[in-house]
Design a protein around this ligand. Structure first.
Ligand SMILES: Nc1ncnc2c1ncn2[C@@H]1O[C@H](COP(=O)(O)OP(=O)(O)O)[C@@H](O)[C@H]1O
Ligand SMILES: [Mg+2]
Length: 258
């Protein structure tokens, strides 16, 4: 795990001074985030901080008003989602991550939409070898999968195009704690260990920082803290606000006591 930015690997995705939002109104106000091959960059922050908007702007789904996004050193600012997918960027959204009415197999085939037709079936088989649990469910509709299986399918679907950067928006939302832990440890972390660059936005802040290398705290559309993930985990102020640790009684409780 890096202890300073100088120890981080060469950065594959570099977001600089990004201003982004909707209908010309900024939600994200000049954000710098980056990730290198083999790293998990964890982004935490309160609801409404602009985490999803940041990810949507990086992946071509929200407006970029200022700043830049570079992928492998190439400027890809404002490119469409399919162009970014071609350039090696994969995105696992928080909702609508699979097509519920389609089968497991059909979802994977859709994930291979940029491949030559003859390459789709062999790639499905390759991807399935990494997800044995999905192998026996090829003909099952995605809507019939458990939450954990569904997230597995969403990840498998994105892997169809062999992305080198994979961006996750709250992959554990609506999952039971034990399943959530498995998604973070056995899937998200493992992708980075196999050489992918991973950006992880999570509400489960302490778990996400634990499997992360570098951490960012986003508050009101700005990065308020960034550093080694272990350092963010160890900070009392962040612990109290975002990691569920209480080191002193909260002011709200004092106020209501007589
Ligand atoms: N499609 C949209 N159009 C306009 N405003 C939006 C849209 N999506 C989100 N917002 C606003 O952007 C702000 C940040 O939201 P979001 O990026 O979803 O935060 P987070 O993911 O950190 O909870 C919120 O105030 C939200 O209302
Ligand atoms: Mg969000």
């Amino acid at each position: 795990m890096p202890t300073s930015s100088a120890e981080r690997p060469p950065q594959v995705l570099e977001v600089e001074q990004l201003v982004a939002g909707y209908g010309g109104a900024p939600i994200v106000h000049g954000v710098d985030v980056s990730v290198g091959a083999g790293e998990v960059a964890t982004i935490i922050g309160p609801n409404g901080a602009g985490k999803s908007t940041l990810l949507k702007a990086i992946t071509g789904r929200a407006e970029v008003l200022e700043g830049s996004v570079r992928l492998d050193g190439k400027d890809v600012t404002g490119r469409r989602g399919d162009q970014l997918a071609r350039a090696g960027l994969g995105f696992v959204p928080q909702v609508n991550d699979v097509f519920g009415t389609l089968t497991v197999l059909e979802n994977l085939e859709m994930g291979g939409y940029l491949l030559a037709r003859k390459d789709v079936a062999p790639r499905v088989e390759e991807v399935l070898t990494a997800f044995p649990a999905l192998c026996d469910m090829r003909t099952r509709r995605a809507s019939k999968l458990s939450g954990g299986e569904r997230k597995m399918l969403a990840i498998a679907r994105v892997l169809m195009l062999r992305p080198n950067v994979i961006i996750f928006d709250e992959p554990t939302s609506n999952l039971a704690p034990v399943v959530a832990r498995s998604v973070l440890e056995d899937q998200v972390r493992v992708l980075a260990n196999s050489g992918s660059a991973v950006v992880l936005v999570e509400q489960r802040a302490s778990e996400a920082l634990t499997i992360g290398d570098w951490g960012y705290l986003l508050v009101a559309g700005r990065v308020s803290v960034s550093g080694p993930a272990a350092e963010l985990l160890g900070r009392d102020d962040i612990g109290e606000l975002f990691l569920g640790r209480e080191t002193k009684p909260s002011p709200a409780l004092n106020e209501i006591s007589p």
